[in-house]
Ligand binder design. Structure first.
Ligand code: AMP
Ligand code: ZN
Length: 107
């Protein structure tokens, strides 16, 4: 999606502080952190929100969920963390490229 800010981050057209990247996903620091550690994990495939997920994304979402605790631990959150996903306008979603917020305080 050419007008999607997170797709531009994936393409490195917009700077970000990347903390994890593989073929399927990217994690970077939230520009307005709401916690000492506040990361966003996104699929490289443009999926607008949970509401646009399809059965064929099951493997991708599974991989992302498995990556969450690893990325959290690599960023000092071995003791635990919070995750949240805003979905849709009424769910407070501002950027319409699926993202998992990973937040916490290093132990
Ligand atoms: P949401 O309300 O779940 O859509 O949250 C969007 C999040 O993206 C917010 O926490 C923003 O601070 C964050 N954000 C927006 N633009 C950028 C950017 N260029 N780099 C990093 N984080 C961003
Ligand atoms: Zn996108």
């Amino acid at each position: 999606m050419s007008d999607c800010i997170f797709c531009k981050i994936i393409q490195k057209e917009i700077p970000s502080t990347i903390v994890y990247e593989d073929d399927d996903m990217l994690a970077f620091k939230d520009i307005h952190p709401a916690a000492p550690v506040h990361l966003l994990l996104i699929p490289k495939k443009h999926i607008a929100s949970l509401q646009e997920l399809s059965e064929q994304d099951a493997g991708l979402i599974g991989k992302m969920m498995l990556a969450v605790p690893k990325i959290a631990a690599q960023n000092g959150l071995q003791g635990g963390f919070k995750t949240h996903i805003n979905t849709g306008k009424n769910g407070g979603q501002e950027v319409f490229h699926l993202h998992i917020h990973i937040m916490g305080k290093p132990a």
